[in-house]
Write a new protein. Structure first.
Length: 131
């Protein structure tokens, strides 16, 4: 049911998001199988991803051009109803040069896992750093 945390406590959702960002996005990609529903839908600008397997592939592709990746939590997570929002920073090295960009997540929790994801990030800022 949209609008409340059916079967999911506030602390559980906060912990779920922290694992999503600080563990999975920092390289433990297989954790997606535990953190998202089988019918998970991820929405990136210009691209939709379905299920944990596609999410894992997107994570691997996103990390591939970088070394020393570190994703940090800047603000949040903020929880309202079944939605979680936060701001983060992705940093690493690209061909020996340090790069960093920030973004915002909104996720919908369902039954102790994430069922839907929307992301907005500073792609233009990253592109400017990459040259």
């Amino acid at each position: 049911m949209k609008g409340n945390l059916v079967g999911t406590s506030l602390d559980m959702v906060i912990n779920l998001y922290e694992r999503w960002l600080l563990e999975m996005w920092n390289g433990d990609f297989e954790l997606a199988r535990e953190l998202v529903t089988d019918d998970f839908a991820g929405h990136w600008p210009g691209m939709d991803v379905r299920g944990p397997d596609e999410l894992i592939e997107v994570l691997k592709q996103g990390h591939e051009p970088f070394t020393g990746v570190k994703v940090t939590l800047d603000v949040g997570p903020i929880v309202t109803g079944d939605l979680v929002a936060a701001r983060w920073t992705f940093s690493g090295d690209h061909q020996g040069r340090p790069v960093a960009f920030s973004g915002h997540d909104i996720l919908r929790a369902e039954g102790g896992r994430f069922a839907e994801y929307w992301v907005m990030s500073d792609v233009k800022g990253l592109e400017a750093q990459l040259g």
